[in-house]
Design a binder for this molecule. Structure first.
Ligand SMILES: Nc1nc2c(c(=O)[nH]1)N[C@H]1C(S)=C(S)[C@@H](COP(=O)(O)OP(=O)(O)OC[C@H]3O[C@@H](n4cnc5c(=O)[nH]c(N)nc54)[C@H](O)[C@@H]3O)O[C@H]1N2
Ligand SMILES: Nc1nc2c(c(=O)[nH]1)N[C@H]1C(S)=C(S)[C@@H](COP(=O)(O)OP(=O)(O)OC[C@H]3O[C@@H](n4cnc5c(=O)[nH]c(N)nc54)[C@H](O)[C@@H]3O)O[C@H]1N2
Ligand code: SF4
Ligand SMILES: [Mo]
Length: 693
């Protein structure tokens, strides 16, 4: 028997990007472990990826190319050869491109976060084709925009410093489920005496383990941050020296913040004024005593109309109290911009047709856009869709419309997948892709500061091919002869980071793939001495860029589209706020088809407060219908005070076809976009709930 241990990386859309050790016996991966030597992984994997071999060798893995033989969405396919598949796809794409290549749209997200199997060969292909471009907004672009206006770049506190913090605020995140290795650091901080606070409308697994839980109404975080500013300024809990040297617009900010009294904020947020005051005091007083105070801001608070502004307001707080001075102080939203990714070398934008700017389609409005006819404003209707690393029929908002769009008989759809997902059911041609154990990749992360290498542990299963190889074949089929379409995955990995950048100065692929990881060369406290990446070089309390973009240049509160306070007309019919944050044992819609994990999650649930349940005659474990004008879905109720009154919570994005009614939470979400970043408003939703009869 030959046995080996291969260094790999968890590919999933999770900030932790764990270092994996894959045990391979006679060409079969038998175990996936967390590398004990990797500083943030520390030998620990989440339950999902600890079961990785179950997913890889799943009996339902797609192993040959297939073509549709049933109706769209029916999921009936017959095997074809790779030669036939490539021939059929390129014939169709050539015909569409001859009229207008912009009628072709790639649709992809972060099924794998790898820089090679993500957007390298695929991006080159679509650039060369002159296809429509996809605005990849579905997750993080609202907060990213708000953070960038304020701080300049997605750079923040190193996860490895968090155990030294004395106060950690988890703001709109549930790290026990979705950022486990940060939670491990926070546990260490707790043992060393730190106070942990969760700000979340729902008593999540994390919120129940914190010292304090502030259960505000969804979509009101921007107001809470303004209320904190009010108290910090009024009670002189600010760092005047840091403000003078490293911030812009304090006088204007002060004026604005003074409008947001704790009383007014408490009313907006559905809290008590004392909660607002005490939160500000905890934060400001500890900072003033020279203690590190850290904020971990996540995604929960961004998925509402004012999501960008909420992150912007929160991002003002560390500068106001001088928390950036210490490595364990400050804020972590995302570490993405610490990585000098060589996007030019990966994606070759120079392949785009000269003198022609491609139209951009927002992935978050794919439902409407697939149903749009050609027009002068929109351009050609979408005639072909090539989906990889994503499952839009399950994850995109207003799912009824998305499914209607995918069902269009005249739409040509190609899906590259591991499994026959809800989206794959609508494919004309379905292509089998390799998993992380079967291909090479290199990773940046958004939660720690290590460049990571993934070696192929096993040979591709069946006839599966890496995304890169599929796009190489498609490029050849289209007749593209540019040398970049011949580059190997290892060659691409070799140029993924910019070695001339100070953060990645010793980057070398052949060393990285042996060692597994390399930490970026970044300062311990990134903004201790200012140096923000904004136009002024300061933390911009006042942002001229925002004004130029038509936004309020100062922190403000933007109410949700759908809430009892902001939309009383709708609330009369649909009085309950509905949120659908991630389930612990799924990763977005990935893993829903893995039996052991699905068994742990059970079935689609709806958490509902006892008062709201009683009002509707609903008892624990009753089946209910959740509905609004956009659609409806069924779930089993858990009567619990985890959800505050007026809020119902349906954790996870189920595969629609694995729910009893063939639906998931996105039936009722809307395609309205956030204030900035053009992101979806998944948690800005009103519904009503009735008992099923
Ligand atoms: N296990 C697991 N891990 C994941 C994922 C997964 O699906 N499963 N998904 C991955 C992806 S793609 C992402 S983007 C991240 C997401 O990472 P996070 O944003 O940390 O997601 P959650 O951990 O669910 O935390 C969101 C929390 O925000 C709360 N929330 C909802 N609305 C509001 C609001 O208006 N204000 C505030 N303050 N809180 C609100 C929710 O109740 C929830 O507890 O996680 C990644 N990791
Ligand atoms: N209601 C509601 N909707 C949401 C959210 C929410 O909180 N609530 N969260 C949103 C967020 S944060 C996000 S990020 C999106 C996530 O949406 P998606 O990015 O679509 O994520 P997944 O649902 O995990 O689907 C990824 C797919 O990629 C496939 N895949 C993985 N690796 C590869 C590969 O190497 N090659 C190919 N070809 N395929 C691969 C997987 O099999 C999987 O089916 O969902 C969003 N939708
Ligand atoms: S999903 Fe996240 S926590 Fe789980 S193994 Fe992957 S990176 Fe680590
Ligand atoms: Mo996400």
């Amino acid at each position: 028997m030959t046995s080996s241990i291969v260094r790999a990386v968890c590919p999933h859309d999770c900030p932790d990007t764990c270092a994996l050790l894959v045990t391979v016996n006679d060409g079969v991966a038998t175990e996936v472990r967390g590398d004990p030597d990797h500083p943030t992984t520390a030998g620990v994997l989440c339950t999902k990826v600890a079961r990785y071999t179950e997913r890889t060798y799943h009996k339902d893995r797609l192993l040959t190319p297939m073509k549709r033989i049933g109706k769209k969405g029916e999921g009936k396919f017959a095997p074809i050869s790779w030669t036939e598949a490539i021939e059929q796809i390129t014939t169709r794409l050539k015909a569409i491109a001859a009229k207008d290549p912009q009628a072709i749209l790639p649709y992809s997200y972060a099924g794998t976060m790898g820089l090679v199997q993500g957007e390298s060969m695929s991006a080159r292909f679509f650039n060369r084709l002159g296809a429509s471009e996809l605005d990849r907004t579905i997750c993080a672009s609202a907060g990213g925009a708000g953070y960038k206006y304020t701080i300049g770049a997605r750079i923040g506190t190193d996860i490895e410093a968090f155990q030294d913090a004395k106060l950690i605020i988890f703001w709109g995140g549930n790290p026990i489920a979705s950022n486990l290795h940060l939670w491990m650091r926070a546990q260490e901080a707790k043992r060393r005496g730190a106070k942990l606070i969760a700000i979340d409308p729902y008593r999540s697994l994390t919120a129940e383990k914190c010292h304090q839980h502030i259960a505000l109404l969804p979509g009101t975080d921007a107001a809470l941050a303004l209320g904190m500013m009010h108290v910090l300024i009024n009670e002189d809990l600010i760092d005047k020296d840091y403000i003078a040297q490293h911030t812009l617009g304090f006088a204007e900010l002060k004026q604005r913040a003074l409008e947001y009294t704790p009383h007014k904020v408490a009313e907006i947020c559905g809290l008590r004024a004392e909660e607002v005051i005490q939160l500000a005091r905890d934060y400001g007083q500890m900072a003033q005593q020279g203690q590190p105070v850290a904020i971990r801001a996540n995604y929960g608070l961004q998925r509402v109309r004012g999501g960008g502004m909420a992150v912007r307001n929160i991002a003002c707080l560390p500068a106001l109290v001088g928390a950036w001075r210490l490595p364990a102080g400050g804020m972590q939203l995302s570490a993405s911009d610490s990585f000098p990714k060589n996007i030019g070398a990966l994606q070759k934008p120079e392949l785009k047709p000269a003198n022609k700017v491609a139209r951009v389609i927002n992935m978050s409005t794919i439902g409407d856009d697939l149903l749009r006819p050609a027009s002068a404003e929109f351009g050609p209707k979408i005639d072909a869709l090539i989906v990889y690393n994503a499952n839009p029929v399950a994850v995109a908002p207003e799912s009824g419309k998305v499914a209607q769009g995918f069902a269009r008989e005249d739409l040509f759809t190609v899906v590259l997948e591991h499994f026959q997902t809800d989206t794959a059911d609508y494919a004309d041609i379905l292509l089998p892709a390799t998993t992380q154990l079967e291909h090479v990749d290199i990773h940046a992360t958004y939660g720690h500061l290590y460049m990571m290498a993934n070696n192929a542990a096993i040979a591709p299963l069946g006839e599966a091919k890496p995304n890169t190889e599929i796009f190489r074949l498609l490029a050849a089929g289209m007749g593209y002869v540019d040398p970049c379409f011949k580059e190997s995955d290892e060659q691409i990995a070799g140029v993924a980071f910019d070695q001339t950048h100070v953060h990645a100065i010793h980057f070398d692929w052949s060393t990285l793939k042996q060692k597994g990881w390399q930490k970026l060369q970044v300062p311990a406290a990134p903004f201790a001495n200012g140096g923000f990446a904004t136009p002024s070089g300061k933390c911009e309390f006042y942002s001229a860029s925002m004004l130029a973009d038509g936004l309020d240049p100062l922190p403000t509160y933007i109410a949700p589209y759908e809430s009892v306070a902001s939309n009383p007309v709708m609330a009369k019919k649909y009085p309950l706020a509905f949120i659908t944050p991630p389930a612990r044992h799924f990763l977005n819609s990935t893993f829903v088809n893995v039996q052991s994990l699905r068994s742990t999650e059970g079935e689609p649930h709806l958490d509902m407060h006892p008062e709201d349940a009683a009002l509707r005659g609903i008892a624990h474990h009753d089946m209910v219908t959740i509905f609004n004008d956009r659609g409806e879905l069924n779930a089993k109720v858990r009567v619990t005070d985890r959800a505050r009154a007026g809020l119902v919570v349906g954790l996870s994005i189920w595969w629609k076809k694995m729910a009893s009614d063939g639906k998931n939470g996105n039936e009722v979400t809307s395609q309205r976009l956030t204030d900035m970043g053009r992101a979806p408003t998944f948690y800005d939703v009103l519904v009503e709930v009735r008992k099923m009869v």
